[in-house]
Design a protein around this ligand. Structure first.
Ligand SMILES: [Zn+2]
Ligand SMILES: [Zn+2]
Length: 332
């Protein structure tokens, strides 16, 4: 019998731990020993509200058991795709699994996630990791680089010529992922803005330049808004060139409003939105991670144990650590 130590969020910032006896792996599922589960900004919402399931959705681990029908071998190193997509609908059949028309649960949101020693996931959510990519780099292939790369790929598809300039507004983990991916995709001029000096400094270390003019119109082919703040959205809308693309990746509880100012009414441009990547981009994402993943990990990640999860959230919420990683085994 396997005992699973799981974190429970009961609301108002309270985290407790529960040991649960695990039964046999269910049909169609795979059991992973969690090696790394990264904290995500969106987890702060669950910390405040509480969660009926085990949170944690940026998971890398090693397969320890699997239902026979899955054909997944024990020992497989993997990251976990969050959307439990149907695999049958028109979008899934085209490989656009993030656009599934019959999306069931999200792992770590509607079913148990990775703030635990083990997690059972549907076999189709197991993404095997190439041997040369360490798990603490591979985990960045989910929200940090996977989402950034997909958003940028969507934005590039709107452009008839390769974009020459981009601004990234908001330099948290996803914003830094966008900078790294924009470089890997060959955008020559990448500027960054963040009101937090420490985050901006990391963006500059990654190779972005500090955006010096936040007021003038018509400056950037791509404006990536990664904070969800109203001012940041307005900034992106202000600096975009006609024909450019505003990429809206930031999330907040504030409504995303179009201001209907003369400037907005008379700007011919694209607004692109995404939240996650399709599985058919995973191979391309490994390529991006081979170039920038270890550097991103070294700049972003702060390893802590599962027992330290409450402290991890304290430092995360306080902005001391940009991306705490809960490591429950020896990441390899
Ligand atoms: Zn996330
Ligand atoms: Zn589907």
């Amino acid at each position: 019998m396997t005992t699973n130590t799981t974190a429970r969020f009961s609301g108002d910032g309270v985290i407790t731990f529960q040991d649960v006896a695990m039964g046999p792996v269910r049909a169609g599922e795979v059991r992973l020993r969690v090696e790394v589960c990264a904290l995500c900004g969106s987890d702060k919402r669950l910390l405040a509200s509480g969660s009926p399931v085990v949170p944690g959705h940026e998971i890398a681990g090693v397969v320890v058991d699997a239902a026979d029908s899955t054909g997944t071998a024990a020992g497989t190193r993997a990251i976990v795709y969050i959307p439990v997509y149907c695999g049958q609908c028109g979008q899934c059949r085209r490989g656009q699994t993030n656009r599934c028309l019959d999306l069931g649960e999200l792992i770590g949101w509607q079913r148990d996630g990775g703030f635990a020693t083990y997690v059972d996931v549907p076999a189709q959510c197991v993404i095997p990791v190439p041997d040369d990519v360490p798990l603490d780099v591979a985990v960045l292939g989910l929200d940090t680089v996977g989402t950034a790369a997909h958003g940028l790929r969507l934005a590039l598809r709107t452009q008839s010529e390769p974009p020459q300039s981009a601004i990234v507004v908001g330099c948290g983990p996803l914003g830094l992922g966008v900078i790294a991916v924009a470089q890997a995709l060959g955008i020559p001029e990448i500027h960054a803005y963040d009101p937090n000096a420490g985050r901006l400094a990391l963006a500059l270390e990654l190779g972005a330049k500090e955006a010096s003019d936040l007021e003038s119109h018509n400056q950037y082919d791509i404006a990536v808004e990664v904070s969800g703040a109203g001012q940041a959205r307005a900034l992106a809308q202000r600096v975009i060139v006609p024909g450019g693309a505003v990429l809206a990746l930031g999330e907040s509880n504030d409504p995303y409003t179009m201001p209907a100012t003369p400037r907005w009414r008379r700007t011919d441009c694209f607004t692109v939105r995404s939240f996650y990547f399709p599985l058919d981009e995973v191979d391309g994402n490994w390529e991006v991670l081979r170039r920038c993943g270890a550097f991103l990990r070294d700049k972003l990640a702060h390893p802590l144990t599962l027992a330290e999860l409450p402290e991890a959230f304290d430092t995360f919420v306080a902005g001391v650590h940009l991306k705490p990683f809960i490591v429950t085994g020896a990441a390899s």
